[in-house]
Design a protein around this ligand. Structure first.
Ligand code: KG4
Ligand code: ZN
Length: 327
């Protein structure tokens, strides 16, 4: 089935065409307007989506050598995400589905992140997915495609948010994850002590806000030139603390479920130190190439194809769900 996927939940405008779990074309525009604000500005995100969605869709058709009439279904990210940004994508998708008289499916963005695994690997269910992004940190047992047990989640900040906030405090560019990772490569992860929260909480939840506070307190105590000279050590120590906090709970989940197959998805899954430490757990790691860790429309089209092929679709009256969870 030829499915067009649309992703506009945050600051990536993306359109992909997928068929038979193969990518026919994929277009993505990462909005640059937010960099100078050190974070995503919702209104600017919506405006950029409006500007870019139509030309990207046109390019996606031309790259695939297809006409709009060749598309058999539309899949669109309907949440969680920024309300205005989601409205742009879903309204556009509804218009397309109506004009072409084809089914539409509202896709949960988090489920999309997991579905990229189905495109890339023949991974049997059940498996564990650690979904770590700018807005979410979820430890999920994928019982079957479409059936999830959320084993743990963050009590406060998401893992990516911790990287983004730390980078801001350190004067590094947004998004913070890649900036911190780049610096961390030259630093000593044991140079500074950061807390690993929730280690003995008795559940599989995470917490990252204490880590951010610890960094801010530490920066207050250091002299400006000390911070400048030891930026790489600070970045490496901070990254190590985020990664360790994730790894401890992942290891517990592996033990608890007896599942040895682990998928790492979401923007933070691009982090090489995290990948390295997951591999050290003795599990089989499925980590997508970086372009499929961060937001993209291929994952949405892929989830859409799965549901539409089963005959599952959404009514044209569906609403966006800015706080849509996985269960
Ligand atoms: O999945 P994503 O593109 O958007 C959301 O759904 O949130 O994830 C973006 C997040 C940002 O917080 C960014 O700092 C983080 O992923 N990120 C990374 C890396 N690349 C992106 N964090 C750590 N290391 C990276 N290499
Ligand atoms: Zn995402």
């Amino acid at each position: 089935m030829i499915v067009l996927g649309i992703e506009t939940s945050c600051d990536e405008t993306a359109v992909s065409i997928v068929s038979g779990r193969k990518v026919l074309s994929e277009k993505i525009y990462s909005q640059e307007v937010h960099a100078k604000y050190g974070g995503v500005v919702p209104e600017l995100a919506s405006r950029d989506h409006i500007k870019k969605l139509f030309p990207l869709t046109r390019e996606a058709f031309s790259d695939a050598g297809l006409a709009p009439q060749d598309i058999e279904g539309v899949a669109v990210s309907a949440g969680p995400g920024l309300p205005g940004a989601l409205l742009v994508g879903t309204t556009f998708a509804k218009g397309l589905a109506t004009a072409l008289n084809i089914p539409i499916i509202a896709i949960n963005h988090l489920e999309g992140h997991i579905f990229i695994i189905r495109l890339l690997y023949d991974l049997p269910t059940p498996f564990l997915a650690l979904l770590v992004s700018g807005g979410h940190t979820e430890l999920v047992l994928v019982k079957e495609w479409g059936e999830y047990d959320v084993l743990g989640t963050t009590r406060d900040d998401a893992a990516g948010e911790a990287f983004d906030k730390a980078a801001k405090a350190l004067g590094l560019p947004y998004p913070g994850g890649p900036s911190i990772e780049k610096l961390a490569k030259k630093g000593n992860p044991k140079a500074f002590e950061f807390p690993r929260a929730m280690l003995k909480s008795g559940d599989l939840d995470f917490s990252f806000s204490g880590l951010k506070t610890a960094l801010i307190n530490m920066l207050r105590k250091l002299k400006k030139n000390e911070v400048e000279n030891r930026l790489a050590d600070i970045a490496a120590s901070f990254q190590e603390a985020v990664v360790d906090s994730l790894i401890v709970k992942l290891a517990d989940a592996v033990k608890l479920t007896g599942t040895k197959n682990v998928a790492l998805v979401g923007g933070v899954a691009a982090n090489e130190r995290l990948r390295e430490k997951v591999s050290e757990l003795g599990v089989k790691l499925y980590a997508p190439p970086k372009k499929y860790c961060t937001d993209n429309a291929t994952m949405i089209a892929c989830a859409g194809e799965f549901y539409l092929e089963k005959g599952v679709s959404s009514p044209l009256t569906f609403s966006i769900k800015p706080n849509w969870g996985l269960q």
